[in-house]
Ligand binder design. Structure first.
Ligand code: ASP
Length: 386
């Protein structure tokens, strides 16, 4: 059997399928997607085997050559398995959970979401691939999503009952255990950057309202007119809810979790909160332990959903606690919390979680959740529906 028939890269849906190892996959992959040593080395191994396979089919092939071939094959398989098991870095993002179904999004709109989720992943990956910190990576991904009007964070945030945008964000560094958050801010362009500033330079964990804005101004973060956050879509959603019509729940909070090449975890979350929320209401997103949590000992978590339930259940911390105290995997802990505990309380939502070994979990109990991830050496994966 020829080597080429084993070489299909079966990558899902929106990703590239390479039918033949002779396809210049490395070039293609690198140009779309820099920093990927893995595909290059894997292809090199296969190419090497390909040529050896040719030698092996020759009638004059000797026994020592066969032994050498077997060893090389074994080596290649081991290298391959090792790379798959231990990614050097990982980034996972979400763009909110809600009533996200294929019927509610035109193919063009789906493509727009996929493109922007993909871009956000690449922003985070750029940091990780160059050896940067997990905290910088989650900031890069979340900032991208804050600037994208498709999501309920930064520009595009939902409106509160008074017809204004009040934004919340937080970040946690799993290495130091430090955290920062801002709540109820209306003129800071990037709430997640302000959260980081609080973590790095305030000596506090959370600043709210005017105090947070003055702090951000003093630290030269970019301020905007409140109109900056306005989008027609969010305004229409506000009007519908105001007229007692059902909230369609198509827009979502954004978040990211990352594992860097130094083994550090971080998590960040940013949101406009719940549409038509009371003036002054603060949800789970800026609450450390509820909407965001990270510890190098266990995992990094960013949540989305009905914030009051996520606060009452200390959801993000609960994932870490179950892992540490019960010895559960990230998958088991998050599945239990989202699909049993929260579901039994009628709480809608989901989360993204990443453990210290690079294992990912992205459960949700809503019809859909915007989500995606990149593991080092792999193509990005972006999903919206079940
Ligand atoms: N969790 C956010 C909040 O309650 C909303 C969301 O994730 O959609 O503010």
């Amino acid at each position: 059997m020829g080597i080429t028939s084993h070489s299909k890269l079966n990558i899902r849906k929106n990703l590239i399928i390479s039918p033949d190892i002779t396809t210049p996959l490395t070039t293609l992959h690198r140009s779309v997607y820099p920093g990927h040593f893995f595909v290059a080395s894997w292809r090199a191994s296969l190419n090497r085997l390909n040529s050896l396979h040719f030698i092996n089919t020759h009638p004059s092939t000797s026994q020592p050559m066969k032994t050498k071939l077997s060893l090389l094959l074994l080596l290649s398989i081991c290298t391959f398995a090792q790379t798959v098991q231990k990614p050097r870095y990982v980034i996972v993002i979400h763009g909110g959970a809600g009533n996200i179904t294929p019927q509610r999004f035109s193919p063009e709109k789906q493509a727009e979401y996929e493109l922007n989720l993909n871009n956000a992943l690449l922003e985070g990956e750029k940091v990780l691939a160059s050896g940067g910190d997990a905290t910088d990576a989650v900031i890069a991904a979340v900032r991208y999503l804050e600037e994208c009007p498709l999501f309920n964070a930064g520009r595009g945030a939902v409106f509160n009952a008074d017809g204004r945008n009040e934004l919340d964000a937080s970040i946690m560094d799993g290495k130091t255990g430090k955290a920062g958050a801002v709540a109820g801010v209306s003129i800071i362009k990037s709430p997640v950057m302000a959260a980081r500033m609080v973590m790095d330079s305030s000596g506090h964990v959370m600043l709210a309202g005017r105090g947070a804005e003055e702090f951000a101004m003093k630290h030269r973060l970019e301020m905007v007119n409140p109109d900056y956050f306005y989008t027609g879509e969010s305004w229409q959603e506000y009007l519908k809810v105001k007229q007692n019509r059902e909230n369609e729940g198509r827009k979502g909070t954004v978040g990211a979790v990352a594992l860097d090449i130094h083994g550090n975890l971080a998590a960040a979350t940013s949101t406009g909160g719940m549409v038509y929320k009371k003036y002054g209401r603060i949800g789970d997103s800026p609450v450390i332990g509820a909407g965001t949590y990270a510890s190098n000992l266990s995992c990094a978590v960013s949540c989305t959903g009905h914030g009051e339930f996520f606060i009452r259940n200390a959801v993000a911390y609960d994932v870490s606690a179950r892992m540490l105290y019960l010895g559960e995997t990230v998958e088991a802990a998050t599945e239990f919390i989202i699909n049993q505990k929260l579901k039994s309380q009628g709480a809608a939502g989901g989360l993204i979680a990443l453990d210290k070994d690079g294992n990912i979990s992205m459960p949700f109990n809503t019809p859909g959740m915007f989500r995606g991830y990149i593991k080092s050496g792999e193509m990005p994966k972006v999903l919206m529906f079940r």
